[in-house]
Write a protein that binds this ligand. Structure first.
Ligand SMILES: Cc1cc2nc3c(=O)[nH]c(=O)nc-3n(C[C@H](O)[C@H](O)[C@H](O)COP(=O)(O)OP(=O)(O)OC[C@H]3O[C@@H](n4cnc5c(N)ncnc54)[C@H](O)[C@@H]3O)c2cc1C
Length: 284
């Protein structure tokens, strides 16, 4: 039976989040927590693959207790099972420590629940933005990482391979990989439809399986949380807003003429480069 696990993260809605002007960090209390939009597409793709080939779709998250809400959202999309790892020991994790903790949970699911054929991640999160966690998990599990997947042509569990399209800057490439493997998916891979009423009712009652650090066997605590995070955010600053500026209007030729006019009358643009703003203060 095909077993797909989608890794999902709860994030603040960065469309409406406010920045703290003193520390230049996100004021997480100023925005509601949502399912990372890329991860909704990861879960939807897993659900579509289950419709094509049968099987089970699980979702896994690492986060604080309120992240249960993100798992419920995935059940609304159509996932069968939800797993969450939550513990103070995971707090302050960078992408290296996050991928380590998630790998340990994936190993437990594979050993104690059912083997995993496919892991699907979003391309990136809208708060961390690194896109490193998916490839990090694949590396630790010694699986091929297939990034920027925008179409899944085939998953053949019996013969142990999959064929996907990977988005490139100027087109796409078709890749055949062995299973198990890990995809990280682009948003255009699918449209996430409105949830059905039965799924919404199921989600309302659903309680995920929750594990703490003590439930994960053979875990090396020095690789978790802040202790296991070599990333140091030395400073954070907001880029300066461009001053003035003029919108070019009209046909292309008219725009070129306007641009030339600006360049010829503002000779200072060709002299000394603007001073580079020095970063000041702030931590993540
Ligand atoms: C020094 C430091 C301290 C930090 N402390 C905290 C903290 O205390 N609390 C906090 O929330 N963040 C913290 N962060 C941010 C945190 O490290 C990242 O959010 C996290 O490692 C994931 O990276 P990302 O968001 O860039 O994910 P990406 O690599 O962009 O995510 C790609 C995909 O990986 C999967 N994924 C990512 N994260 C998770 C997850 N947690 N569970 C399941 N799947 C996931 C999803 O499928 C996602 O689409 C800290 C970062 C640093 C550098």
């Amino acid at each position: 039976m095909l077993h797909i696990v989608a890794c999902i993260k709860q994030v603040p809605d960065t469309k409406i989040i406010k920045m703290n002007p003193k520390t230049n960090t996100m004021d997480r209390s100023s925005a509601p927590a949502i399912l990372n939009p890329y991860d909704a597409h990861a879960v939807e793709e897993a659900v579509r693959l289950r419709a094509r080939y049968g099987g089970v779709v699980s979702v896994l998250t690492m986060g604080p207790p309120p992240a249960v809400k993100a798992i419920k959202k995935c059940i609304e999309i159509g996932a069968d099972e939800g797993y969450m790892i939550t513990d103070r020991a995971f707090a302050g994790a960078d992408t290296l420590a996050t991928s380590y903790a998630l790998t340990k949970a994936l190993e437990k699911i594979a050993a104690e629940v059912r083997p995993i054929d496919l892991i699907i991640c979003g391309k990136m999160t809208i708060d961390g933005d690194t896109g490193q966690v998916g490839p990090g998990i694949a590396r630790r599990l010694d699986m091929p990482p297939l990034t920027s997947v925008n179409k899944v042509a085939e998953v053949n569990r019996e013969e142990g391979y999959t064929i996907v399209h990977r988005k490139l800057e100027d087109g796409y490439e078709v890749i055949r990989s062995t299973l198990p493997c890990l995809f990280s998916v682009e948003k255009e891979i699918n449209d996430v439809p409105y949830s059905s009423m039965p799924n919404m009712l199921k989600a309302a009652r659903y309680q995920p399986i929750i594990w703490s650090v003590n439930d994960l066997p053979d875990i090396d605590r020095t690789q978790l949380g802040l202790k296991g995070s070599p990333t140091i955010v030395s400073s954070v600053w907001a880029p300066q807003k461009p001053q003035g500026g003029k919108l070019l209007e009209g046909e292309a030729q008219q725009q070129v003429a306007q641009l030339l006019d600006v360049l010829l009358t503002r000779k200072e643009l060709f002299t000394a480069p603007a001073a580079i703003q020095q970063p000041t203060g702030g931590t993540q």
